[in-house]
Design a protein around this ligand. Structure first.
Ligand code: NAD
Ligand code: MG
Length: 401
């Protein structure tokens, strides 16, 4: 049966890779809704090609512009805007599959709506699980939704876990691989002055700017450890991080008998996306076959927590539990944004996150409102902290330009 998709964040890196796979299999997939934030022009191009019933954008002005362009081109796609419209296309009876590929906290409400509507959810938006893992997983269970990981490491682990087992019997550990990002072997002292463009130049993957900065600080791996905790139900102590600069092994599962299963492939998100789209089938993703003879060598090393304090902060938040991960995530979003707009330097990202995480009182996450309150409080605290340090930091940046 054809799957009918809502693609949240269709104009982003994951969104475009998803549409690339979808276009290869028109008999298997059709598009009910596409959503973007501000990039109306790209959304119009996507609508003309995939003819969704609904397109959602962030604000009224973009909606007007998109609607006018679509009308002119004779396209009947209906245009809506705002957070409630994202929720509506995610829970609509007209779709069965929701690809959650919005970046950051903005993806939480529509992702949760999809879970509560019992959809098949292909999750790229790791921030949703980091913020509210318990609530999200409860919603998936209570409404018989299906959650399939798109994040390459989690998709790899999903592929390496036994299918029909109770509570992952026999699994001793999961191992998340990490490339180490663009600054893996840079002198820590030289990192204070790196620019947003340098931080976004990932050696192996082309991604949106927020996750690219997260990869450079290794906060991305920290968020992924928290994501793995919720997806696979293992405590932090049984989730290891392993640096693997080639990004060929996407993650591994260790079993009690000494076996280690790994998933390998070229670093191209179309592989995990195609896997999750077609699961349990396998379909062509457009990704070239892996040529191990050509790659010749794979290497591994331990992560350096002193060089990457964000990784340590994420581990701390997971160990603390409660709302600490929501606080960590919000502070990080604000700090990364400030770095990308050159208000603070690269090393200040960890400083902001550390100050907010250690400065705010942690509580239990009982309901979504608690998560949203913690998110808002952390954003306020991060913004205040940045205002205090950014003057000094801006002077430093000006001196290095
Ligand atoms: P991106 O910046 O390229 O795209 C983000 C998408 O979200 C865009 O379509 C944008 O319009 C939309 N968006 C942004 N802010 C929004 C808001 N406030 N409201 C509604 N929509 C909004 O990001 P990406 O690299 O595609 O990443 C998307 C998600 O997938 C992130 O959570 C990221 O961590 C995760 N992820 C990405 C990759 C990758 O290779 N790019 C890999 C694994 C996981
Ligand atoms: Mg990943």
């Amino acid at each position: 049966m054809q799957k009918r998709l809502t693609l949240l964040g269709s104009t982003g890196s994951i969104g475009e890779s998803t549409l690339d796979v979808v276009a290869r299999h028109p008999e298997k997939f059709s598009v009910y809704a596409l959503t973007a934030h501000r990039n109306g022009d790209k959304l119009v191009q996507q609508c003309l090609r995939f003819r969704p019933e609904v397109a959602v954008v962030g604000d009224a002005a973009t909606a007007l512009q998109v609607a006018a362009q679509l009308r002119e081109a004779g396209c009947t796609t209906e245009v809506a805007y705002g957070p409630q419209a994202l929720v509506e296309v995610s829970q609509s009876v007209h779709c069965d599959t929701v690809v959650a590929a919005i970046v950051g906290a903005a993806g939480l409400a529509p992702g949760l709506a999809a879970a509560r509507a019992g959809k098949r959810i292909l999750l790229a938006n790791k921030e949703a699980l980091v913020m509210s893992g318990a609530i999200f997983m409860d919603a998936v269970r209570d409404h018989q939704a299906t959650l399939l990981p798109v994040d390459s490491e989690h998709n790899a682990i999903f592929q390496c876990l036994p299918r029909e087992m109770e509570l992952h019997g026999g699994v001793s550990k999961i191992v998340l691989t990490a490339s180490g990002g663009p600054f893996r072997s840079r002198e820590p002292a030289s990192l204070a002055a790196v620019t947003p463009d340098e931080a976004c130049k990932h050696p192996n993957w082309v991604m949106g700017r927020k996750i690219s900065v997260d990869s450079a600080t290794m906060m991305n791996k920290g968020l992924e450890v928290i994501e793995a905790h919720w997806l696979f139900g293992l405590p932090g102590e049984r989730i290891d991080v392993l640096i693997h600069p080639q990004s060929v092994i996407h993650s591994l599962v260790s079993y009690v008998d000494g076996s280690v299963l790994a998933q390998l492939g070229n670093p191209d998100m179309r592989t995990p996306i195609a896997h999750a789209l077609a699961y349990p089938e396998r379909i062509d993703s457009g990704v070239a076959q892996l040529d191990l003879a050509q790659i010749a060598a794979l290497s591994f090393e331990k992560p350096d927590y002193a060089r990457f304090p964000c990784l340590a902060l994420a581990m701390q938040a997971l160990a603390e539990g409660g709302l600490a991960s929501a606080t960590l995530n919000a502070a990080n979003e604000v700090a990364v944004d400030a770095f990308l707009s050159r208000k603070i330097g690269f090393m200040a990202i960890a400083q902001v996150v550390g100050a907010v995480l250690n400065g705010l009182h942690n509580r239990n996450a009982l309901a979504l409102d608690d998560v949203l309150e913690a998110d808002a409080a952390a954003r306020r605290a991060a913004t205040e902290f940045i205002a205090r340090i950014s003057t000094a930091d801006a002077l430093h940046l000006a001196g290095t330009r």
